[in-house]
Design a protein around this ligand. Sequence first.
Ligand code: ADP
Ligand code: MG
Length: 690
Amino acid sequence: MYARELVRPITELKGVGPRLAESFHRMEVFTWFDLISHLPRTYEDRQARKPFSSGYDGTPVLTVMEVIAHQYIRYRKGRALKVIVRDATGPAALLCFGRNFLQNILIPGKQFYFYGRGSVNYGELQFSSFETAPWTADEPPPPEFSHILPVYPLAGSLTQKIVRRAVAQLLRSSVRYLEDELPRYLADAHGLIAKRDALRLVHFPKSQEDIERSRRTLAFEELFYLHLIIRRRALKRSRLRRNPRSYSTALQKEMIKQLPFTLTSGQIRSLQEITSDLGRERPMARLIQGDVGSGKTLVALLASLPVIEAGRQAAFMVPTELLAKQHAVSSADHFESMGIRIALLHGGLKQSERQLLLASLKQGDIDMVIGTHALFSQDVEFKDLALVIIDEQHRFGVMQRNALHHKGEVPDMLLMTATPIPRTLAMTVFGDLDVSTIDTMPPGRKPVITHLASEASRSRVYQAVRSEFERGHQAYFVYPRIEQKEGSKLRDAESMFSYLSNEVFPGITGGLIHSQLPLETKESVMDAFRKGAVVYLAATSVIEVGVDVPNATCMVIEHAERFGLSALHQLRGRVGRGSGQAYAFLIYSQELTDSGKQRLQVMKQTSDGFVIAEEDMKIRGPGDLTGIQQSGFLRLSFSDLVEHLDILKETLSAVQTILSEDPGLLTPAHQVFLNVLEKAPPFQEELIDS
Ligand code: ADP
Ligand code: MG
């Protein structure tokens, strides 16, 4: 099924020319495989006849009708054909706007299969869109009038008919490549059908049961391989060995003593877990999971000290340059007095500066380098990279993580995330990592008070922010867009910045910040904000990640309904970092849906990232998971982590059983798996070998 043959472009299907291909591409359907995994959004059951008499309440009609007469009604500058028809239960009218040619097809006295959804006007059942086909007594009805039909997501010039035909053609020509990839005993034990049948039936089912069984089979296989890959990786990793090193924690202890506060119990525990992993024979692959503001960054910095004390190097990778800069500043505060040499590698460096930095890194004159993915450019070499720290890890693909991983001689790896993964999914998403959780907040933090406000009460929000300004505090204003876009009613950071500074807060200095500004501009705005010279920021969600200004007490988010809950949670985490009471104002537009309101209510009710993640999962449902699917971490074709939670558990335990019964990883007895994995990976390559 994942055979090479299926990597052919869809233009190699009959009837798919450049124009249709372009429409398919818009839905990310490029290859035969993409098309086969372009699953129906829903199905239309056209098995049972539904006569005209049952169509008055909007139920789709499926019947055999007889054409009675032609009439014409005024339409635009001319006239439109109106065909009077009837079936055994009564009459109906077909309005053929722009389709007068039907007068030559729907000829009075003839009989046709009919499908359509009607509406009632002056007591008359009318159809303006419908499908017909000639009826003959001695032939079976065509599939459009007798089968369950797939209903696909569409784009551009695609129609259901075109996609159905393309898929049917593809299934015919590729069925020989489709092989079962699960061994029989597993398929039997879990009630799965053959892969070939599953793919045929998921597109063209004969019954509701077909739909369920085919979907289940496809999801099972996919999740089974996902878990197999992850668990194998975990096993492999657990067997990785290198020369152990013993580290001193003298420097670490010294820095902890110098901190103006004491570590929380969660921080202490995590730091101990990490420190005892460092330098072991088995390389560390550990994730620190902790809510925004729980002090993960500090833990990571402390964790790097034993490595640095031993004269080795650490690399600290963050998703944005802004954050890199901020980490460089704050770690310099902590580190420089101890003689630790920190460098910031960013895209804005001049060629000569960059060369100099790279040379020092290679010579070992730099202890810790901080940067974005620029850190894994080809030309970045280390003298002795011993620890890789990756902040906000969900922002990076596994591929990127690895690139850095390979720069040292199996360095220790420390990942951090503030995107809480629902517990039910942790084994899947982080299955190959050890996890430390910081479940405590630094003392004295008061929960952020969250208000939901409609657009109409925006001025009251401004009033509240103004009184915070009077207390010497600062604020963020976040918008979903950078600049105005024609035809869009969304507020944007640029126009709102000028509105705020001219109309709302004249005399108070604000700053504008978004991803498209040059780095120097962003830096100087952030600097000024950190120092308090800039009192508020009008921003996009660039500030979502990691920005730390304790004096900022207000977070105003416009069009809050357009942000995912976990993004809102991250944004809200930017305030409430100091000792003052902090506020979040979530401004929503008037046309909020019920589920939209429900989501925002969750933000008001809790500040626990795990609860928010679970709620997000429940409310937003399939296909829209916090930070996981969003970030492209998992690209699944047939399964959905929410919808198929049961299958997720089933496959995990099946995989665990196989791997534990077979401690030699997958021996020849399981060659079937290996073949599939090695020759034709079912997932993005990046997921395979970490
Ligand atoms: P995270 O990365 O988890 O979002 P940070 O490491 O940025 O959190 O920490 C947030 C703020 O809290 C920083 O200003 C940091 O100096 C401070 N902080 C960290 N640990 C403590 C602690 N134990 N007590 C008080 N403040 C702390
Ligand atoms: Mg952080």
